[in-house]
Structures are given as C-alpha cells and as structure tokens.
Write a protein that binds this ligand. Structure first.
Ligand SMILES: Nc1ncnc2c1ncn2[C@@H]1O[C@H](COP(=O)(O)OP(=O)(O)OP(=O)(O)O)[C@@H](O)[C@H]1O
Length: 699
C-alpha cells in the first residue's frame, strides 16, 4: 500500500487515506496558501514560503529510506526549484556525486537552472548547470545540481549505462508523458536493480501516482516493509504536497468561439483595455497561429489604436533563436505590457515573473501515428485538463492572476479528457527503438514500459530501421551506419540522409536542408496575405521541390547579409532563418566529428535528391490522378495523399515524390516535397522496395 505524509514534525507522520488513494489538492481557484502577507523579501524568505518547504523533512526522509518517491503537488508549489536544493543541502551531492533533475523541454531546463543558480547565489554553469541538446553549461569538477532534458539523460546512458555519477535523479513533469520520459522511466527501473544507492523522485502536478508507484514496485520477493540495512525500501512512497502559489481566477467563454486566434487577439485587447498592469501569456498551437496573432496585434499597435497603446508583442516557440527567446524573459519596461504568444513550450515549469494573465486557446499541436497506414500526423487537437491546469498555473506564481479559457466551462467539465494519451502510444517509434538498441536493449518487444506502445508500431519501426541499414538481420545496430545514425541526435531518416550526402558529395547542401526541415516553416504565415506569400515563394521556387527552394532562400538570406528587411520583403521568417543558421552550425560540428566531408554538389541537384531519397524512401509517393491538386498514393501503404498548398510543387503534378511530413486536415497533405526517380527507391532500400512494387506510374 502506498503511504501519504502530512507536513510538520521532525520525523513526518504517516498519513493513510485508508483506501490507498492519493490526497490530491483541489485545483479550484478558491484557496491560496501563500497569498496573504507574501511580501517581497530575501530569496531565503521567498523559498520558505513555498508550499513544498513544509515538506522538506518528509521529502528528505523518504529519499533516504525509499528507492523511489513520487511527489504530487500543485503548479507553483516549488517542486522543481526547491527539491534539488533540499537534496544538495542534505549532502546528496557530497563526494563528487551529482543531483539530476530532468525536464521534457529545453526552454524549461535553461530557465529553471538560471533560477536555481540565482537562489543558491552561484554562477550558472558552476555549482548549478544545465545540459540540453547541443549545449552543455556545466563544470565537471564543480556542478552538483544539474538540470537536463530527459532526452539528454538518455544520451548520457550511452557512455555511462548506470548513470553512476548521479545520486538522485528527479524526473520532473512526468505527467507530460513525453516519449523520452517514458523511455527514461523504463530504463531507470532497470538501473535501480543494479544500483541500490540510486534514488528516484518522480514529480508532477497531476500524475497517475498509483499506477506510477505500481510500475516502480518490485515483485513480491523484493518487497520490504521499510528501510533495512540492505538498502532502501523498494516500495515506492507517494507524497502529496498540499498548497499552491497565488490565487488564479478562472474565466470561461459563454459560447464556443469560432476562431481561437481571433478570439485570443480580442481577449488580449480586452485585458489590456480593462485590467490593471501585468503581462499576458497566450497559448496557441504552432508557429503559423502565433505568427498570425502577432501580426494582428502588431498591426493594431502600429495603427496607434488606443486599445493597444503600450503593448509589446513577442512570439515564443521552440524554433525561435536564443536571442528572441531571451526577450520573453527580460523585464517589461515601466508603463508597458508584454504579450507573449506561445506554443505549449511555456506550459510547464516556467515562471515568467511579470505574467498575471493567461489566455488558453484549449488546443495544441499533437502527434498522432497510425501504425497500420504508417502515417504520422501533427494535428491541432484539444488539450487535456492536466494541460489546462498547467497553463493556468503560469499565472499566480509571484502574485494573484487570471486565466481566460477560450472554451466553455461545460466543455471543460464534461468533455475535456483528464490526462493526455502518452506520446509513446501516438508516435512513430523509429527514434525510440534506435535509442534502446544503442543502449544495448536487445529484446525491445519485452521492454517494460509505463504505458506500452502497440506492437504494430514497434514492428513498423524495426522494419524502417532495417531498411535504412541501421539494424542487421539479428536486429542489432550495424557498424558503422547504425552506430553513426544513433550518434546523431536527429530523426534517423534525417541522420541517414546526412550520412548518404557524404558519399554523394553534397553534405554542404544537405546540412542546410536538414536544418530547415527541423523547424516548422521558413515562411511567414500566409493568413490573410496568401497571394503575396505565393508570389514571394515563386521568386525562389525550384522545379525539384521544397528542399532545393530552401537552398535558394538560404543563399538569398546570406547574400543579403542576413537582413531582416530582406526577409520582410520576401515573406521569409527572419526568426526561422536565424534558427536555421544556428542549427546548421551545430550539425556541422557533429558531421565533422563523424568524419563527414563537407563537399558541395554545386548545381548537381540529382545527387542531392538521391541523398534525400536515401533517408526518406519510406515516404515515397506516386501520382495516381492528375488534377488541380493531383492525387498521390504512398508506395508502401497505398494511402491517398495530396501535395500541401504551401509546397512549391502544389499543382505541378510531378510523377514521383518523397515527402518529409504529413499534415491532416480535410485530407492527408504532404509537406516539404521533392521530386525523385522511382529507380532510386530500390537502390536506396532494396529490402523495402522491390522493383515490381513500384509498377508504372501514369503518364
Ligand atoms: N524565475 C523566477 N522568478 C521569480 N520567481 C520564481 C522564478 N522561478 C520560480 N519562482 C517562484 O518559485 C515558485 C515555484 O516554482 P517551481 O518551478 O519550483 O514550482 P513547481 O512546483 O515546480 O511548479 P510547476 O510544476 O508549475 O513548474 C514559483 O511559483 C515562483 O513563485
């Protein structure tokens, strides 16, 4: 049975609800443990006033005596920033050991590490550091508290399978159930058996605490009643931290809104007009929505409308260059109000000091994969109640706040699902399988997951990896290709494309393409000005397709001296181009480490198209019916797909193409499309495509 604690006393008292249930604190806005008398004092005083502080002794006692502690607490209760400090103060980082705290998102890792360094009065990168993909701000001799993405911790296992330098690993925001979190939980469970000294903390605002506890519970044989001389008890403890930050008043719309972007913009203007000072954080779904909202608000500001006087409008999404992300966290000038328009990257762990108002569209972009058709879509889908609470929790962190939900209360109560579906059950598993293989997990189908993925999805992934030449007949990583692909921290299809470009002599161009494919779009959103955007695209359009068009835009951008003005005139997203340059520089470093020769193919686009095919052959499609927007079928699954209107090949009807991704609206649309020759497919993946499968295409 799980055990519960209440605060107070040196040695915490056991609290049991009698039914093995978890004592969740009500998410309603009515209570506020720290709002009264919370003045601005020293950092120590602020720390002591956080709800989690009262549980300091209980947490340390549990970590001492239990292998796994599950901590459930409201947003803003202080889990992320305080628990690693408690552990450090209690000596868990003595003797050269390190305390790790993982987050699903890079932005949260950076922000939380800076905050904890500030609270501890140390320089970021010394006692407190962080590591995210492509960026390591730690000091091997000094760092005692390290924040990192769960993906990076998985990569660290490749060099140190038992994660031996860590004394405690805190997996934070576990409720998000990202693929990397789930893989990590599965592997940590294995590591625990070999390292009784390792302690795990799983923390979240809303987590299925009991199912998580049973996942970490050992078999009966290993169970113990309490701590013994042989080590900590294997029985996981559940601690529910009661109390929250400041009051957040929730407002709902009375009627469903027809256009959430427009509704978000109107709500921002209304708040600005009617509410006292305080920044606004708006949650939309992706770069396209965000660009549209930023434009609508900026136009309003530029027209000097009274309603928007003093507004500073800033976008926030993962593809944003570092300097622009930093703007979001910089203090708001006196007399101004910042409006940050974000994807769900701002949903968890972040504290933006000035934010008093949150506007929640109720949607986010989510991945959905169908293993039968082998199609993965990124679709705009309703969020869960857990996400809605996280979003509201971005207000009320340093003072009371308000959250405006752009959906009705009835919808929230009756229709919104309480938790999202774990990402592992709705994603393609190619990257996940290669990671497990690289970690020496041979029996992938027997791996114990917190939530099992479908076996069809597993088999599909094994099949693709085999065709990519990454796995051999015994389903082991091939040498060198498999090991190299596993080493590049990108989608294996992109990694394979990069390796192929070495042999084909076009790595210079392919690195640019790989960088452009890893951001959402290099164009500004077409909302409301599609015609101008289409005309601008024509200036760069290449007959071969979008990948070569990227190269033309990239050249133009460099020739303009990376000018924002050039971007504006050409409807190119300046933020996105700066990010492409950043990512390309990182990829170049990786390529050099792998010994890839950075050669240019100059104007030979055939080798470049062959390199793309070497990675993306599984996404090959054949034209089935000419038309205004011709109908294609995927070669493997015979699924009906169409070229997306944003592609330069829209309406061109090329006979054979490969695409980078699919998006589903009224139909399945291919995004980022390039023309190929069918004879390249069996060349690139002989096991995947036999010549007879390809058949004749229409002429
Ligand atoms: N950068 C910051 N500036 C000012 N206050 C901060 C900052 N970061 C954290 N805080 C304060 O510490 C509190 C606790 O933050 P913390 O991230 O530890 O909470 P949490 O329980 O992990 O919540 P969540 O799950 O929402 O991230 C915040 O509500 C805020 O009052």
């Amino acid at each position: 049975m799980s055990q519960f604690w209440k605060p107070g006393g040196e040695r915490p008292q056991l609290l049991d609800d009698g039914e093995g249930g978890v004592l969740f604190f009500s998410p309603s806005a009515s209570s506020s443990s720290s709002s009264s008398g919370f003045g601005y004092g020293s950092i120590d005083k602020l720390r002591q006033r956080l709800p989690v502080y009262k549980y300091r002794t209980a947490i340390l006692y549990l970590v001492e005596t239990r292998a796994t502690t599950i901590i459930v607490g409201e947003t803003g209760s202080g889990k992320t920033t305080q628990i690693p400090q408690f552990l450090n103060e209690a000596g868990w980082a003595d003797g050269g050991r390190v305390i790790a705290c993982t987050q699903p998102r890079r932005l949260a890792v950076q922000a939380v590490a800076s905050r904890v360094a500030e609270e501890m009065g140390v320089k970021l990168g010394e006692e407190v550091g962080y590591t995210i993909r492509f960026e390591d701000v730690t000091n091997t001799d000094k760092t005692v508290v390290k924040f990192l993405t769960d993906g990076v911790l998985l990569r660290e296992m490749m060099d140190d399978p038992l994660l031996s330098k860590y004394s405690v690993i805190m997996v934070d925001e576990a409720h998000e159930r990202s693929i990397s979190t789930d893989i990590l939980l599965g592997l940590l469970r294995k590591i625990q058996r070999r390292r009784p000294d390792l302690r795990l903390i799983i923390s979240s605002a809303t987590i299925e605490a009991k199912s998580m506890a049973s996942f970490f519970r050992s078999s009966k044989r290993h169970q113990e009643a309490g701590a013994t001389d042989l080590g900590p008890s294997k029985e996981p403890a559940i601690l529910s931290v009661e109390g929250r930050g400041f009051n957040v008043e929730i407002h709902y719309v009375e009627e469903p809104v027809p256009d959430y972007v427009q509704a978000a913009v109107s709500t921002v203007l209304l708040i600005h007009d009617q509410e006292p000072a305080g920044d606004i954080l708006v949650f939309l779904t992706g770069q396209d929505d965000i660009d549209a909202a930023v434009r609508l608000l900026t136009e309003e500001v530029q027209s000097h409308g009274k309603k928007s006087h003093g507004l500073i409008v800033l976008p926030l999404f993962s593809g944003l260059p570092r300097a622009d992300q930093d703007l979001v966290f910089s203090p708001t000038p006196r007399g101004k109000r910042k409006v940050v328009i974000s994807t769900n990257i701002a949903e968890t762990s972040l504290t933006m000091e000035g934010v008093v108002y949150v506007v929640d569209s109720g949607f986010s972009k989510q991945r959905f994969y169908n293993p039968i058709s082998d199609i993965e879509n990124l679709v705009v889908a309703p969020i869960s109640k857990a996400s809605a609470r996280q979003r509201a929790g971005r207000a009320g962190r340093v003072r009371p706040g308000k959250c405006y939900r752009l959906y009705t209360e009835e919808y929230f109560v009756k229709q919104m699902s309480s938790e999202g579906i774990p990402e592992i059950q709705r994603s393609k598993l190619v990257s996940c399988v290669i990671q497990l293989k690289a970690l020496g997990i041979d029996n992938i189908l027997g791996f114990k997951w917190p939530a099992s993925p479908s076996s069809e999805a597993m088999i599909r992934a094994l099949e693709v990896l085999y065709s990519l030449g990454v796995l051999d007949d015994d389903a082991k990583l091939t040498s060198p290709v498999g090991f190299q692909v596993a080493e590049i921290p990108l989608d294996p299809m992109i990694s394979k494309m990069i390796l192929a470009s070495d042999q084909l002599g076009c790595a210079e161009e392919i690195l640019t393409i790989a960088a452009a494919l890893s951001i959402q779009s290099i164009w500004v959103s077409g909302r409301g000005m599609q015609k101008e955007l289409d005309e601008a695209k024509l200036r760069f359009a290449a007959a071969e397709g979008d990948h070569v068009t990227f190269l033309n835009v990239y050249k133009g951008f460099l020739q303009s001296g990376k000018s924002s003005d050039w971007c504006r005139r050409n409807f190119v997203n300046a933020h996105a181009m700066k990010k492409v340059i950043e990512i390309r520089a990182q990829l170049k470093r990786i390529a050099q480490r792998l010994g890839i020769v950075l050669k240019s193919c100059e104007s030979d686009m055939t080798v470049l198209r062959k390199a793309v095919t070497a990675g993306f052959f599984a996404n090959a499609c054949r034209l089935e019916a000419y038309g205004h927007n011709g109908m294609y079928k995927t070669v493997r699954g015979s699924q009906e797909v169409y070229i997306h209107p944003s592609s330069v090949l829209f309406r061109v009807n090329p006979k054979w193409v490969v695409y980078h991704s699919l998006v589903s609206t009224d139909r399945q649309y291919m995004q980022n499309v390039i023309t190929i020759e069918p004879s390249w497919l069996p060349e690139a993946a002989p096991h995947f495509y036999q010549q007879r499968q390809l058949g004749p295409s229409i002429h």
